[in-house]
Every structure is written in C-alpha cells, then in structure tokens.
Design a protein around this ligand. Sequence first.
Ligand code: ATP
Ligand code: MG
Length: 235
Amino acid sequence: MTQPDNTDEAVIRLFNVSKRFGAKLALSNITLDIQKGEWLYVTGPSGAGKSTLLKLFYLGEKTTSGQVLAFGTNMNRLARKDIPFLRRRFGIIFQDFKLIPNRNVFDNVALVLEARGEPRNMIDKRTRNILRHAGMDKRMDAMPASLSGGEQQRVAVARAIAGQPEVILADEPTGSLDPKSAEIIIGLLSAYHEKGATVMVATHDRDLLARKKGRIIRLEEGRLVEPSTGEGGAP
Ligand SMILES: Nc1ncnc2c1ncn2[C@@H]1O[C@H](COP(=O)(O)OP(=O)(O)OP(=O)(O)O)[C@@H](O)[C@H]1O
Ligand SMILES: [Mg+2]
C-alpha cells in the first residue's frame, strides 16, 4: 500500500501509465490526478483509449508500465483476493449496460446490495427508491430484454449508484439514447455527484459536455492532450 504525501484529495492517481495490446499502444505515458468530488469528462475520438483508461482504475485491465493508485493503493500490488473490495468502491456504467439477462429490473439493482450483505428491508427500500428516481418503478418486474436501450441504461445507472460507491465510472452513459433518458441519467448522476461522489464520464456527446459543467480531458491516440478550446475541442 502506498500513500504518497499531499494527495489526501486525489482518489485516483496515474504516473506515466502506458497500456499496450500486442503492437497497439492504447495509452501512452499518462500522468493524471483525479480529485475527490470531481466531475471529469474523458473525451477523444474512437479508439483514443477512453474505455481502456477507465478499466485501469478497477483492474478491468492492468497497466503495461507505470502506476495507478486508486484510494492510495497501488494497483500493481493489489492482491487478487482484494480485487472485489476495490471494485465495490466503484459504480461502473458500461456503454452496453451489462444487465443480468435472466433477472428482472428489481433484482438487477438489489443484487448489488445483497452481495454486500445488507438487510432485506433496507435492500427493498433502497432499490424501490432508486428505481423511482430512475423513472423505472413501474417496470420493476420487467426483464432487461423487454426494455428499450434508454430504459436499460437507467437501470444500469440505478445499479451503479445503489451500492453508494465513492467513484462512478460511466463509459458513454448517454451514447445513442433518446433525450429523455439522457436527461434522467444525467439527473441521477448529478444528484449523486452532489452528495460528494467523484464521477468520471467517457463520452463523445457534445450535448452532455454542455449540459453539466466539469473538467474535460482529451485523449488522442492514447496520449493526453491539452483541450484545444474552452469545451475541450471536438469530442
Ligand atoms: N482487449 C483489447 N485487445 C486488443 N486491443 C484493444 C483491446 N481493448 C482496446 N483495444 C484497442 O485499444 C485502443 C483503445 O481502445 P478503447 O476502447 O480504449 O478506445 P475508446 O476511446 O474507448 O474508443 P470508443 O470511443 O470507440 O469507445 C483501440 O485501438 C482498441 O482497438
Ligand atoms: Mg470506449
């Protein structure tokens, strides 16, 4: 475990991080601090390394070189048995939702809380409450396959928030969604952010950048580049 000086507020730190997939350098020498309570956008063209960057934080991928510290812990040294505990500190929203196909909406959210051993009445109450905020309380018995993309993503966001993680990682949370679903999703994430959570959003969605203020970083071919305009250039 490494706890560097003067970094009390940095939840995630990257030092000279590179990630290679075979001959492909997906991330090149990234150094970056993410502060507690930040709302951070990761922009850049397709293939720039946005999803790969988010995966490094929860050990969805390992670095090829360099160091990632999450909550002061060096990911290169995290014991395998400790990975589940690390992952509980993140709420992860995937572009393709990744709901459990043979469980209904209620169970998809409630399972996160069950895995943590929360009491049954608390699980029921919190799950219903979150699904109400997500506008999905009337679809609690529905199976994921019967939902629209926007509805599935609302459930995925509800699930990510349910466990009250310190950090939300959202990979294109509004990609190709209808405006109403996008608005609900940003509303849910914003409300959670206002409670003190750190939120990182990888996105191409210019409307999203305009809708909610945050720091914008930009990747191009795996390198971190300075934003070219006040809005971080073309996403
Ligand atoms: N598991 C993998 N195996 C091989 N190459 C990979 C793997 N994951 C990502 N890559 C490559 O790494 C590069 C960065 O991919 P990544 O998915 O991080 O990009 P992205 O910025 O998220 O793109 P998009 O906007 O299309 O989602 C791409 O060239 C991609 O093909
Ligand atoms: Mg991606």
